[in-house]
Design a protein around this ligand. Structure first.
Ligand code: FAD
Length: 421
């Protein structure tokens, strides 16, 4: 091995790695960031449809609630660096952010490149060295395996450092470089990897309405989608938009449900998961009754069309064998009750989701029980730190994943630097 040139090596120049390198360098230590791609931040520039939903302006409790994969693990980290600190980090450097619906924060430039470039400018200002187009092959330990010693590149060259931060991401969108390389390294250091699964991914279905493509392309606004377990207990509900596709269901409400569907299918060994769509979450059966009664001479399809797209209304009526042209006043009590029941809980099912590679975020990862929550250091291998999606942490869309990446990146950077001093 060569003489240790660096105090901290960060592997992976994505959201978490760039932030980790900046925060480590700010402590005055020598930092090297190693990235296999030609350019850093390839995934980062794709985020938020190219606009980068950089964080979410919300309370700590709400933030944690929106990180269903081990959000609570972040309590300690968030007490050191939180979503407001992320906003301040950018705004203090003149990168203004704007708030959109549901607290989502974007750069005012509407360009994810602004975020990536700000991170790179910081790295350059603080003297972080970059080694690009250099895939890391493995982490190197001291001979007695009592501490991390550095990394080995694919070229077999070994670079030593006192602390190593693994920031290589998960397995979602592998063309950006996130190909899951870090799991084997973590295992070699003694860690367990919680089962990997797709989250924030469209759902697959063989429901008749999907196979006959009758609703393909129809989108529903502000509907409440609920995932049910085998005992008819709700697992989770999300009130957002959704869309019918040629393979199943997609859109924000469905993406948020997908991790829960995959977990349920795995744990129950069932071949499908039941979901329902409440097409009018703000109206109960009595409200629907009085609204329809006040227009009782109109055709039932006309009445339903005020609450949902026409094609959806036609499906509801055909499932109930009610002719679309029937005036509402001619429906009997049972038919009306059946109509409201279907409108409030339209049943669908999913056989799974698209694979991790096509989802936005990897569920599962390095077991958080083996990581020190206040420093992101391995409890098993001194000097080894983890951050970002490689950890068993996953959030909903809405800026929660980059927040988790920046928060764990910051904490790992600080502590990796201090541990190397
Ligand atoms: C299309 C898309 C849009 C998204 N939009 C948002 C959004 O708007 N807001 C939000 O909060 N979240 C969003 N996410 C999720 C978010 O981007 C990720 O959770 C986050 O970037 C994870 O950061 P990371 O640093 O852990 O991994 P990454 O950003 O994936 O970085 C990992 C880096 O490690 C490098 N690497 C991997 N293996 C090696 C190796 N062997 N040697 C050297 N380098 C290696 C990779 O090339 C990569 O550059 C989106 C995800 C996708 C796919």
């Amino acid at each position: 091995m060569t003489e240790s040139q660096y105090d901290v090596i960060v592997v992976g120049a994505g959201s978490s790695g760039l932030m980790s390198a900046i925060q480590a360098a700010q402590q005055g230590v020598r930092v090297l960031i190693i990235e296999k791609n030609k350019r850093p931040g390839r995934k980062l520039i794709l985020t938020g449809g190219g606009r980068c939903n950089v964080t979410n302006r919300t309370t700590r409790d709400e933030l944690i609630k929106h990180i269903p994969g081990n959000g609570k693990f972040l309590y300690s980290a968030l007490s050191q660096f939180n979503q407001e600190d992320i906003i301040a980090f950018f705004e203090d450097q003149g990168v203004m952010l704007k708030e959109e619906d549901h607290g989502r924060m974007f750069p005012v430039t509407d360009s994810a490149r602004t975020i990536r470039d700000t991170l790179l400018d910081n790295c350059n200002r603080l003297g972080v060295d970059f080694l690009l187009e250099s895939p890391v092959e493995q982490v190197v330990f001291t001979e007695d395996k009592s501490r991390v010693a550095g990394v080995q590149l694919a070229t077999k060259e070994i670079i030593e450092a006192k602390s190593v931060v693994l920031a290589v991401g998960g397995r979602a969108y592998p063309r950006t470089g996130a190909t899951g390389d870090g799991y084997a390294w973590a295992k070699k250091a003694g860690h367990t990897i919680s089962r990997l699964y797709a989250t924030e991914a469209p759902l697959l279905s063989d429901d008749e309405i999907i196979t006959n493509k009758i609703l393909k392309g129809v989108s529903l606004r502000d509907v409440n989608v609920t995932v049910w377990d085998g005992n008819a207990k709700p697992i989770v509900s999300h009130l957002m938009d959704m869309i019918f596709t040629h393979f199943g269901y997609s859109g924000p409400a469905i993406l948020r449900c997908s991790g829960h569907v995959n977990q349920y299918l795995y744990e129950s060994k069932a071949d499908r998961c039941r979901l329902t769509i409440d097409l009018q979450p703000n109206l109960d059966a009595a409200d629907l009754d009085s609204a329809a009664e006040s227009q009782r001479d109109k055709q039932v399809l006309t009445i339903l069309k005020q609450w949902m797209p026409e094609r959806m209304a036609e499906v509801l009526l055909s499932q109930l064998n009610i002719s679309a042209t029937t005036p509402f006043k001619q429906l009997d009590t049972e038919e009306v009750a059946g109509l409201w029941a279907l409108l409030k809980a339209f049943p669908i099912s999913a056989t799974g989701s698209q694979p991790i590679e096509k989802g936005f975020v990897t569920g599962g990862g390095v077991n958080t029980k083996e990581i020190e929550p206040s420093s992101m250091e391995s409890k098993l291998m001194p000097g080894l730190f983890f951050c970002g999606e490689l950890l068993d942490i996953n959030g909903y869309t809405g800026g929660y994943n980059i927040t988790a990446a920046f928060v764990t990146g910051t904490i790992s950077g600080w502590h990796a630097a201090w541990s190397s001093m």
